[in-house]
Design a protein around this ligand. Structure first.
Ligand SMILES: Cc1ncc(C[n+]2csc(CCOP(=O)(O)OP(=O)(O)O)c2C)c(N)n1
Length: 297
């Protein structure tokens, strides 16, 4: 494996290398480097959504550390060869958090960081919700909530059938777990004893119309997953070391799927967005962008 240091990541490399030429992404980043990266990702999210004038900041900001741990510490992947067949798969089921995924992919080198500023423009590869046919590194076209766990289960079963050892990670929103299809997939995953699948729930407590407990309570959330045959790990979703430990623990579980319930804050990192449902799907204006970027400096 060729090592790359964190500051070399990102930039404007193309994705034209062959599988043999492309390097496996270095996972040597320290916790401090990943924490700095998390801040940078938050700045990208604010800047790109502010420029686009629309998008979903709240649920992008809440899952920053989850994706940072996965892409910079856990997952085997090759930014220059997004279809490398041995790659671990990350599936963003809560597709409205696309700005976060784009920021991570750009910082890993899947496409130029400058392209982030084309978010939601006509003909851009970075649309408001993910499209796997146009964006390097995007595994699933999403936006209609509730489907990602089923998709991820299919990918995990395919890997098992093909004798491949990749792992599948899928990020769900907690509000998304109001969808019945999530629980059909949960039932099937444990029925088939799928243990190369890890679901992560971005448990920020809110959805589009406010707090989950007011819209449609999920409680007792962990017990529900357990009743469906899943191993549950609960973790502070903003602690990179704890997330890494949780992912490593999940890798050791055999014979059943694992869900990591990551306790997070919607809008994390920007004071006026934290726990504020107004910023679920509203872009910050120019002054708000300036204010937010100061806080994230
Ligand atoms: C099937 C479907 N119904 C409704 C929506 C509209 N919608 C977009 S985001 C959202 C709330 C999702 O809440 P959650 O999963 O908790 O996401 P987060 O709070 O992390 O952004 C809804 C209802 C959708 N995208 N898909």
């Amino acid at each position: 494996m060729v090592k790359k240091s964190l500051p070399e990541m990102g930039g404007s490399k193309s994705t034209s290398a062959t599988s043999a030429e492309a390097e496996v992404f270095s996972l040597s980043a320290s916790v401090a480097e990943m924490e700095a990266m998390a801040k940078k990702l938050r700045r990208h999210i604010i800047t790109m959504i502010g420029k686009a004038g629309s998008g979903h900041p709240g649920g992008s900001l809440s899952a920053v550390e989850i994706l940072t741990a996965l892409y910079f510490k856990l997952m085997r992947h090759k930014p220059q060869d997004p279809h490398w067949e041995d790659r671990d798969r990350f599936i963003l089921s809560k597709g409205h958090a696309a700005p976060l995924l784009y920021a991570v992919l750009a910082e890993c080198g899947y496409f130029p960081v400058e392209e982030l500023l084309t978010l939601r423009q006509l003909d851009s590869r970075l649309q408001g919700h993910t499209d796997r046919t146009i964006t390097p590194g995007v595994e699933m076209s999403a936006g209609s909530l509730g489907q990602g766990l089923s998709f991820a289960l299919g990918v995990a079963l395919a890997g098992r059938l093909d004798g491949q050892d990749y792992r599948v990670y899928v990020l769900l929103g907690d509000g998304e777990c109001n969808e019945g299809q999530v629980w059909e997939a949960a039932m099937a995953a444990s029925h088939y004893s799928v243990d190369n699948l890890t679901a992560i729930v971005d448990n920020n407590g809110q959805q589009i119309d406010g707090w989950n407990c007011d819209v449609m309570s999920l409680d007792p959330f962990a017990a529900k997953w357990q009743a469906f045959g899943w191993r549950v790990i609960e973790v502070d979703g903003h602690s990179i070391p704890r997330l890494i430990a949780a992912f490593k623990e999940a890798q050791k579980v055999k014979g059943q799927p694992v869900v990591i319930i990551a306790h997070t804050v919607k809008g994390k990192g920007v004071s006026f967005m934290e726990n504020n449902p107004d910023f679920h799907g509203t872009a910050p204006n120019t002054m708000e962008v300036e204010f937010a970027l100061k806080e994230l400096a």
